[in-house]
Design a protein around this ligand. Structure first.
Ligand SMILES: *[C@@H]1O[C@H](CO)[C@@H](O)[C@H](O)[C@H]1NC(C)=O
Ligand SMILES: *[C@@H]1O[C@H](CO)[C@@H](O)[C@H](O)[C@H]1NC(C)=O
Ligand SMILES: *[C@@H]1O[C@H](CO)[C@@H](O)[C@H](O)[C@H]1NC(C)=O
Length: 483
């Protein structure tokens, strides 16, 4: 009897524990970008999200294969409309209606997809876009909103726009001096009015990593949530740049006359490669700290209470532009193949706990392409390395990257392998005028990982896309380092 009771009690406790373990913190979602040469099959990704208890996902497009994978789950989905579509939807209400019909309405209903938001554009006011999207963004949002209302979904699906944190600024760096950027001030007011009228949230991407990356003088600890540094602004003490940034936005909203706007953090995270500050330890420190902070529901000095936020990002994406920096392809909490990189407790309790990886990912054969050992001339190596890196992701070779310190023959091998894997291990892709060689012994070293690609979920792979994007992103400085 005693024993039976004991067993029942403990089984129940175990069940409770298991249940808690499986639930990510409420209000926390993850971004899932699609700029990977070998994307993981959506159904595998959806199972992985369920295994980790993640209930909210933010996409950058509305690919129907991906969106359909969420049908029948309770995972809340944010669809995206890429910037290059803004002009089209700004110009044509019919196109907007068509888009809503095929990309939103189609997925809803019983057993359908829980679509909650449509993000129109992505950081369209970034200064590097040279004002290209200043004009079409709001009209596109208005047309999509109108189309959603006409489809009878006005209460259910909210239209917003993810904005980069440089839409506001503070010349003194004090949150209380914050205000919207003067060149887009009037537009921001109109967008706030739109969001307010439609009860849509203000979506902002906040990157303490970039504060550190962009300024040599930035106090490193202030980028994290456990640092000692404090900055006083009026009566408030700031212990981290995330809070300071968030409150700069709150001040900007207040001064603009929209103090009650709901803020959702569209992207927040830390990369693991391609820069001296980008590594697993820092990413873990930042993300664990962030989730613990969110679990405490303390908010920021100006905003008490929970904050809704989407971590950036699920997987590494080897086709992302590295114009902003070599770290861009390494934001994943999980590697390109769905293996978790570091301990992260999605419940926000800060436990040393690896996320659950993707199950059922198929790899290509266990083989690699490396430089032949004998008779390599330095110039030939430099040229071959340069050629390979123009057609593959070599961002881990960048200064501060995980393979940044290996010698020239190893760099060349690394580049050869990247080129070979992204081309699905085609024999031709390991030629390099006879300098390449296919091997079956893993050439990885503790500080430089040689990948074996996964089998591509081919539907997502647009022909020609890989090579074009990678060529655009060719970067030569790495090779010049040697000369
Ligand atoms: C989204 O809508 C457009 C129409 O605007 C349609 O051409 C496209 O196929 C839709 N996308 C998907 C993935 O269904
Ligand atoms: C913006 O302008 C600069 C300088 O004119 C140019 O180099 C860059 O390519 C432009 N970027 C875009 C996205 O048009
Ligand atoms: C913001 O909310 C507060 C408290 O609910 C309210 O008193 C105030 O009038 C609101 N301000 C605006 C501009 O809507």
């Amino acid at each position: 009897m005693m024993r039976a009771q004991f067993l029942t009690c403990c089984l129940m406790m175990l069940m409770v524990v298991a249940h808690v373990k499986g639930q990510a913190l409420a209000g926390i979602g993850v971004n899932w970008g699609s700029l990977a040469s070998h994307p993981i099959e959506p159904s595998i990704v959806v199972n992985m999200l369920k295994d980790n208890g993640i209930k909210k996902i933010k996409l950058f497009d509305s690919d129907s294969w991906t969106v359909n994978a969420f049908a029948g789950t309770d995972i809340e989905v944010m669809l995206g409309i890429p910037n290059d579509q803004l002009n089209r939807f700004a110009r044509s209400f019919n196109d907007a209606k068509d888009w809503v019909k095929h990309n939103v309405s189609k997925h809803l209903g019983n057993g359908g997809v829980n679509i909650r938001y449509v993000a129109v554009g992505n950081e369209p006011f970034l200064k590097s876009y040279n004002d290209s999207y200043i004009k079409p963004t709001l009209p596109a949002m208005q047309n999509i909103q109108k189309a959603i209302e006409e489809a009878g979904l006005g209460g259910q699906v909210k239209v917003t726009v993810p904005l980069n944190a440089d839409v506001y600024e503070s010349h003194s760096n004090m949150p209380s001096d914050g205000g919207f950027r003067s060149d887009i001030y009037d537009l921001m007011i109109q967008i706030l009015r739109f969001l307010n009228n439609n009860k849509s949230p203000f979506l902002v991407n906040i990157y303490p990593f970039l504060s550190l990356y962009q300024s040599q003088d930035f106090p490193q600890d202030f980028a994290f949530f456990d640092g000692g540094k404090t900055i006083a602004d009026r009566n408030n003490q700031y212990t981290n740049v995330f809070d300071a940034n968030f409150d700069t936005l709150l001040w900007s909203l207040k001064k603009a006359g929209y103090p009650n706007t709901t803020i959702v953090v569209g992207e927040v995270g830390w990369p693991t490669d391609g820069d001296k500050n980008a590594n697993n330890n820092n990413a873990k420190r930042f993300n664990q700290g962030f989730l613990k902070k969110m679990a405490s529901k303390k908010g920021t000095p100006l905003h008490q209470g929970p904050i809704e936020a989407y971590l950036f990002s699920l997987f590494d994406e080897d086709l992302k532009s590295i114009d902003p920096g070599n770290f861009e392809r390494h934001w994943g909490i999980f590697r390109f193949d769905g293996i978790p990189k570091y301990a992260l407790d999605f419940t926000g309790q800060g436990r040393e706990k690896m996320p659950i990886g993707a199950k059922g990912v198929q790899y290509q054969e266990r083989k690699w392409c490396v430089l032949r050992k004998d008779g390599n001339d330095m110039n030939e190596m430099v040229n071959a390395l340069s050629y390979a890196c123009q057609g593959a992701d070599c961002s881990s070779l960048a200064p501060g990257g995980s393979c940044g310190k290996v010698d020239l023959p190893h760099r060349t091998s690394y580049a050869f392998n990247q080129y070979f894997q992204v081309r699905d291990q085609s024999v031709d892709a390991c030629d390099f005028s006879g300098m390449g060689q296919i091997v079956s012994d893993d050439p990885s070293s503790p500080n430089c990982f040689f990948a074996v690609e996964i089998q591509s979920s081919a539907h997502l792979l647009k022909a020609g896309h890989v090579v074009t994007v990678l060529f655009i992103n060719a970067f030569l400085f790495m090779f010049l380092n040697f000369m």
